[in-house]
Design a protein around this ligand. Structure first.
Ligand code: ZN
Length: 321
């Protein structure tokens, strides 16, 4: 999908134009006073179905969200693209050669994550060894639809399973290490980082898998193991569920922040699709940057223990700064 299409998919024309021009719903369209010529009777119409606008009055202009922003903000196409990309949370492809190499490298790492997620998911659904994981998820009352929507998985309790799978897909050991899926000990032996864990792929706003969280079934420690810091994964930046929640957060103007992966999935399963989680309990500046672009109200629904309360307090402080 082109960047322009991606932006159009993420930004609703009525919402965008409505933030510049007061619009009133009349039947299947929205009407307002044309911002491009002076008038007393509204002849400016926005069509939600085609995501376009047209002035039936003196100026007779029309177009899509790009032409609207170009005219209204007095920008050329590149300027409008930049502004709308930022509003949509879509990253523009960097242009320089070095940046392009970097972008391709990140794209390869995303592909590796996506291969791994497919492998883990398949293993959860069909491997006999994952039966205890499936029973656990059933006890937590997660539906099959949720398992597949969030692409939950199972990392077999083996040292080299994912490694062999990735090798068979032509992924180099170096890149699998860089993606944080493999790890090495002091002796230089390389092995699967996640073993015997329920796997939660963590996605960015655009839906790319940037990392994983893995949960054990028993009492072994750590209970949760996340991807390490990688070129894609920054714990202080990712919000679990944001790829599925951003639309309803924007529409409703509220984001609800909970503590865990399971809480997010359970909430979405019950229809509360504006629920997300941050890794650990700390809400960072980077999290707030993302959320402020989507909504005005953030509700922290953290555990009522001391850590949760402290995190809520810090989050509230950061949000008002
Ligand atoms: Zn007009």
């Amino acid at each position: 999908m082109s960047v322009v299409d991606e932006i159009k998919q993420r930004i609703d024309a009525v919402e965008l134009i409505g933030s510049y021009v007061p619009l009133k719903k009349t039947g299947a369209t929205y009407k307002g006073l044309c911002p491009f010529h002076s008038e007393k009777t509204p002849s400016f119409v926005v069509f939600p179905d085609s995501q376009s606008w047209h002035c039936f009055g003196a100026c007779g202009t029309g177009g899509d969200i790009f032409t609207f922003v170009m005219r209204r903000e007095n920008l050329d196409f590149a300027g409008a693209l930049k502004l709308l990309a930022q509003r949509a949370g879509v990253e523009l492809e960097p242009q320089s050669a070095g940046a392009r190499v970097q972008a391709e490298h990140l794209e390869r790492l995303r592909r590796i994550n996506s291969l791994a997620a497919g492998y883990y998911h398949e293993s959860l659904i069909s491997s006999p060894e994952a039966s205890s994981a499936r029973r656990y998820l059933e006890r937590r009352q997660l539906t099959d639809a949720s398992l597949s929507a969030f692409q939950l998985g199972w990392a077999p309790d083996e040292w080299h399973h994912l490694e062999s799978f990735l090798r068979s897909e032509g992924v180099s050991r170096e890149e699998a290490l860089e993606a944080g899926l493999l790890t090495a000990n002091e002796a230089g032996n390389v092995y699967d980082r996640f073993r015997g864990r329920i796997m939660f792929p963590i996605r960015d706003l655009q839906g790319h898998i940037v990392g994983f969280g893995g949960r054990v079934l028993d009492d072994s420690q750590p209970k949760y193991l996340n991807s390490p810091q990688t070129p894609l994964f920054d714990k202080g930046r990712v919000l679990y569920g944001i790829d599925r929640a951003h639309r309803s957060i924007r529409e409703g103007g509220t984001a609800i922040i909970v503590e865990g992966y399971m809480d997010v999935i359970a909430a979405h399963q019950c229809g509360a699709t504006n629920v997300i989680a941050c890794m650990g309990t700390a809400l960072s500046e980077a999290h707030l940057d993302v959320l402020k672009r989507l909504c005005k109200t953030m509700v922290l629904a953290l555990d009522a223990d001391e850590a949760g309360l402290r995190a809520a307090e810090r989050g509230a402080m950061a949000a008002t700064e």
